[in-house]
Design a protein around this ligand. Structure first.
Ligand code: GDP
Ligand code: MG
Length: 187
């Protein structure tokens, strides 16, 4: 007989809809280590000198909880404080706000970023995971921000809190980025 044109869709040829994607914006004042953390996450290496004005977005295919995630990281490079925030507020679905534990001023600057993000997410009626991240844990001797100060600021804004170092172990840094992706999926 005549072969009929087949109207049955072969499901296996349809690309996965909703392949997990997560856009993470790195925020925080200049010098807190956003680029060093981003590079560490992407390459497992610590780069000590990174162009402070370079803002870029990087993509990495990650496996988080046995599931593939296309993780994009925007390493922002504000001159002083949150300006032109739309570029990341409208793009990101997770935020990592970084300070340096050996620099009180960098910690105070986090409030501005946390306020900016929380005002935005209230406006769009959607929750996005925010992680407050104390960097330069290797500088313990010069610590100016106690762990409990970090914790209490994080709890005030309802965000997660970690302390790491971009120049120590890779796993702790990776864990923070993966946690952001995990939380973004949950929202
Ligand atoms: P950004 O302006 O937030 O992107 O900061 P950078 O990543 O450019 O880092 C600013 C400075 O801090 C550079 O001199 C880095 O080498 C240094 N730095 C970054 N992360 C760490 C860290 O975990 N420990 C130490 N000791 N220095 C760091
Ligand atoms: Mg930078």
């Amino acid at each position: 007989g005549k072969s009929r044109s087949c109207s049955v869709v072969n499901l296996s040829t349809i690309p996965d809809r909703g392949v997990n994607e997560c856009n993470i914006a790195m925020l925080g004042c200049r010098g807190s280590g956003k680029s060093a953390l981003t590079v560490k996450f992407l390459t497992k290496r610590f780069i000590s000198e990174y162009d402070p004005n370079l803002e870029d977005t990087y993509t990495s295919e990650e496996i988080v909880d046995q599931q593939p995630v296309l993780l994009k990281v925007m390493d922002t490079a504000d001159q002083d404080g949150p300006v032109n925030c739309e570029r990341y507020l409208n793009w990101a679905n997770a935020f990592i706000v970084v300070y340096s534990i050996d620099n009180r001023r960098s910690f105070e600057a986090c409030r501005l970023y946390l306020d900016t993000v929380s005002i935005h997410t209230k406006g769009v009626q959607q929750e996005y995971p925010v992680i407050l991240l104390g960097n330069k844990l290797d500088m313990e001797r010069y610590r100016q921000v106690s762990k409990s100060d970090g914790l209490s600021l994080a709890s005030k804004y309802g965000c997660l809190f970690y302390e790491v170092s971009a120049c120590l172990d890779f796993d702790s840094v990776q864990r923070v980025f993966h946690e952001a992706a995990r939380e973004a999926r949950r929202e």
